[in-house]
Design a protein around this ligand. Structure first.
Ligand SMILES: [Zn+2]
Ligand SMILES: [Zn+2]
Length: 250
């Protein structure tokens, strides 16, 4: 491991450790947070841009809750269902971007806890394992962490579901999805992931920070189903539903 990435990993671990020692404080307004470990006050939590009615398959917002939206009926995704806690809007967008691009890793605790608490309130059966969307090893070394894994730790803790980190690997470095137009995202991920036979028979939730076109979740679902997974859901803290998310065609 090169010294730069070791330093990044250590910095991340230290920040997480220090965070565990101090009482939670609201990241948005600096009021006390909610013990044991939510760094948001009840007011700021209530004001988050919660996702309302949505399609049960792709989690796209709808006027009324539906099991399957028209788009999913016309072109069903590979994964079985999706769940997102919030719209990809202020302040969730800032929290995610600060964590991802500015190394503010302690924000993973807010995002993961919020997602886990929201999921705990649904009466859906829980999966056997949560699988964070893997980064390619080179990118993870560069960044020092995988944001999806950090969020997954806290979400899974809320739900009492194990995180299975090694079930699927990113075997091909790909351009970052966020910089690509929706039309190129699917091709960018072709053959990017490989799952191990340990996925056989499992109900799996793949977890990412943002669900946009669903291309990443689809590529993971393809790999996991090929390895024998029984069910694959896509979980995300936030659902992007703007122009970038629109053409989710297979
Ligand atoms: Zn607050
Ligand atoms: Zn849908």
């Amino acid at each position: 491991m090169d010294p730069k990435s070791t330093a990044a990993t250590l910095r991340v671990r230290l920040a997480t450790f220090v965070q565990g020692l101090i009482p939670p404080t609201c990241y948005l307004c600096l009021d006390p947070g909610q013990p044991p470990a939510l760094d948001l006050c009840a007011g700021c939590e209530a004001d988050l841009p919660w996702l309302g009615p949505a399609c049960g398959i792709c989690a796209m917002p709808t006027r009324l809750p539906v099991d399957c939206c028209e788009r999913c009926r016309a072109a069903p995704p590979v994964f079985d269902a999706a769940f997102a806690a919030c719209h990809y809007e202020f302040p969730v967008i800032e929290l995610i971007q600060r964590m991802k691009y500015r190394g503010e890793l302690p924000l993973a605790r807010i995002l993961g806890t919020v997602l886990g608490r929201r999921l705990a309130r649904c009466e859906q059966p829980l999966p056997d394992v949560v699988v964070p969307v893997p980064l390619h090893a080179d990118r993870e070394r560069q960044r020092g962490y995988n944001q999806a894994r950090e969020i997954a730790r806290y979400a899974a803790r809320e739900l009492g579901v194990p995180v299975a980190d090694r079930l699927v690997r990113r075997i091909r470095a790909t351009a970052e999805q966020a910089v690509l137009p929706a039309s190129s995202r699917r091709a960018n991920l072709r053959g990017a992931f490989a799952a191990t036979p340990a996925a056989a028979g499992l109900r799996i939730a793949v977890l990412d920070d943002v669900l946009t076109t669903g291309a990443t979740a689809d590529a993971l679902a393809l790999a996991l189903f090929a390895a024998g997974a029984r069910r694959v859901e896509a979980w995300a803290v936030a659902r992007a539903s703007g122009a970038a998310a629109a053409p989710a065609q297979l």
